[in-house]
Design a protein around this ligand. Structure first.
Ligand SMILES: NC(=O)c1ccc[n+]([C@@H]2O[C@H](COP(=O)([O-])OP(=O)(O)OC[C@H]3O[C@@H](n4cnc5c(N)ncnc54)[C@H](OP(=O)(O)O)[C@@H]3O)[C@@H](O)[C@H]2O)c1
Length: 281
């Protein structure tokens, strides 16, 4: 069994991006990333903090906004409108989830698709579905990079995804399909789940339930990608029961240090690419 070390692959990409931003700085161009946090959710604060720190390391300028938890829809939309028009800002990210009074869909649809570094805007989702160029959502794209970094073949293999969220499961299916995998998406209403997961050559688990996937649910030699981040007894655990699954799998991502660092670095990648497309002749 080989551990898919997202931290190491992300560190290599970090070095490449840092070199690129240094080159752009010589031309007087500094990529900019605006991160909007609404409210005081502690987990969101941690994620935002990590993104801002990574941006700084790479040479991306941070534009940080922390709106109060009772911020109105209009305030959020007005801020996005300002950022859409700010030429120094290449990427806009709204940390989810948003407080209940805010309409998430309207907020995401207000972001200029050219600055949509999370790739949640319907225009970019449509491009992904049609295989057109555009930003790719960070977590699934990070997983694709990780598979490629370890030369894991995708074409013709059966990929099973557990979870059908807009953030992970659905875009993951498209990216795998683009690489000619045969893809099955499963979810909470799927019957006889283990019978399907045992068919997987590549298994992506993104459901948000600690240690859900156990060793008896996979076939020998499967590649297992654990997207889950769950807090259990003050420890971070994935959706995969690492002990029982690792001994049967050929490759497996650890939690932490697997998919998480890839997600953050792909956000940086999307920001630098958005800057290139908008500002580098
Ligand atoms: N590592 C990272 O960078 C990263 C990034 C994003 C998310 N995450 C983590 O990944 C996990 C999933 O995130 P998400 O945003 O995709 O979650 P989500 O929006 O809550 O979606 C969860 C999906 O799992 C399915 N599901 C729930 N229980 C199931 C069960 N018992 N059997 C089969 N399917 C089940 C749900 O099915 P239904 O559709 O039928 O309800 C749903 O499609 C969370 O732990 C999250 O924190 C990590």
């Amino acid at each position: 069994m080989i551990r898919l070390e997202g931290s190491k692959v992300a560190a290599d990409l970090q070095a490449e991006l840092t070199e690129l931003t240094a080159k752009y700085r010589e031309q007087g161009i500094v990529p900019g990333l605006a991160v909007i946090l609404v409210g005081e959710d502690p987990a969101s604060k941690v994620y935002v903090g990590r993104k801002e720190k990574m941006a700084e390391k790479i040479g991306i300028k941070n534009f940080a906004y922390n709106l109060p938890s009772d911020a109105s829809q209009e305030e959020v939309l007005e801020l996005i409108d300002q950022l859409n028009r700010n030429d120094e800002v290449d990427g806009i990210l709204v940390q989810l989830p948003l407080p209940a009074q805010i309409d998430e869909q309207q907020v995401l649809q207000t972001i200029d698709p050219a600055k949509d570094v999370d790739s949640f805007h319907p225009e970019n989702v449509g491009k992904l579905m049609q295989g057109l160029p555009g930003p790719k959502p960070c977590t699934p794209n990070g997983i694709m990079h990780l598979l490629k970094a370890y030369d894991i073949p995708i074409e013709g293999r059966h990929a099973v995804i557990i979870g059908r969220s807009n953030i992970v499961g659905k875009p993951m299916a498209h990216l795998l399909l683009d690489e000619n995998a045969t893809v099955t998406i499963t979810h909470s209403r799927t019957k006889e789940l283990a019978e399907i997961t045992r068919l997987a050559d590549i298994l992506v688990v993104a459901i948000g339930r600690p240690n859900f996937l156990t060793g008896d649910m996979i076939k020998d030699g499967a590649v297992v990608i654990d997207v889950g981040i769950n807090r259990l007894d003050k420890k971070l655990v994935g959706d995969v029961d690492y002990e029982t699954v690792a001994e049967k799998s050929s490759f497996i991502t650890p939690v932490p240090g697997g998919v998480g660092p890839m997600t953050i670095i792909m956000l940086m990648y999307n920001t630098v690419k958005a800057c290139e497309l908008r500002r580098i002749p």
